[in-house]
Ligand binder design. Sequence first.
Ligand code: PMP
Length: 341
Amino acid sequence: MVETLAPCTHEKLIDLWHLVGNTPMLKLHYTYKGKPDSIYVKCEHYNLTGSVKDRMALYILTQAYKNAQIDPKDIIIEATSGNTGIAFASLGRALGHSVKIIMPNWLSKERMDIISSLGAETILVSKEEGGFLGSISLSQQMAAQGGVFLPKQFENVWNAEAHEKTTGPEIYHQLAAVGLKADAFVAGVGTGGTVMGVGNYLKLRNPNVKIHPLEPAESPTLSTGYKVGSHRIQGISDEFIPSIVNLQGLDSIIQANDGDAIIVAQKLASQLGLAVGISSGANVIGAVKLKAQMGANAVVVTLLSDSNKKYLSTDLVNQEPMKEGYIAASLDFTNYSPMAR
Ligand code: PMP
């Protein structure tokens, strides 16, 4: 049982790890262009606060305590596009910290409300005030006063390491349990922690595995190197290439249209009962595209990054026009079978 009393103890950190990670993986069956096929999806919406970011947040806090880089009285301050804020609000409060989350003001209202409900403070930054980059510089200014722990998810090596030590091994062992190994992994890049960390671990086990970062077609920051266009896949493609991302060590960048991602996420919910967010739809598009290229025997893995609950005020719940070239037009989910945990 997790206690909620301050201050942080070693036991409390261990207890929290029972609520983070060890997520189920599904073999997702579908037909694409009329042909039956399948991919593997790691259900990260099963984490404590409903997203993949719990792993990174709890790992950073665990390492910070182990290395005496955080004081139990420190205020945790983080600039984030949402899920990280929810993760640090929940885990930080559980460990007895005050938490302040700085985020752009155009993100979904649910994210702000959830962070507030967890007892953390939200500070909103407009486009005019610098948007995402403005949020990061504000967090640094606030930290200069002292008594603050800054997780710095965009540059913290513990972010990718969280996935190298947890998500990657879980994927490896869940596939090994059914006699398989991953041939390819694809994930949308926000901080890049997921794609880099999972990639590092899977490559240790199989140097031939392909690791593909994914970006929105409307805002291809990874391909261009700078902020371009705008898109609706919250959580990925912020405004720059984070320093933990090493594109040279990765395979080709895969793109997904945001409208396509919305329709695929809607289909995952309405056809399979998998109520997930827009970036999960994008990840599935990436995996389906890769699988079509790699052939019937390839084992292609991706993540369902979060649940749909933070998107109930967004286009995710509206009728999205189908456009030519969308994967969603030729994709149909018929059934799924759960794999061993
Ligand atoms: N999807 C969603 C919904 C997210 O919140 C994030 C994190 N910003 C990602 C994908 C990308 O994860 P990462 O930061 O590990 O690249």
